[in-house]
Design a protein. Structure first.
Length: 80
């Protein structure tokens, strides 16, 4: 996983709304937010950036650190 910087806002219910993130010295604007879930390792959020590029973000709230989960990483996805 790669640590990243994320710009967020919070809605009136306290939910995290990511707006953009910086990865590899490039800023990515988030166009839409998909699935979100809470797991032992933190808050997982799937987002889309321009060009229909999907990204998996993870907020590890224990330390206040955001990560971009790479394709080879095994994220914690809950069984539905």
């Amino acid at each position: 996983m790669d640590p990243i910087e994320v710009t967020v806002r919070f809605d009136p219910q306290g939910n995290i709304i990511p707006l953009s993130f910086i990865w590899q010295r490039r800023t990515y604007r988030i166009e839409s937010i998909g699935r979100q879930w809470e797991a032992k390792d933190g808050q997982h959020i799937l987002v889309m950036t321009p060009g229909n590029r999907a990204h998996h973000l993870l907020f590890f709230d224990g330390k206040g650190i955001w990560y971009r989960v790479r394709g080879g990483d095994a994220p914690t996805i809950p069984l539905v």
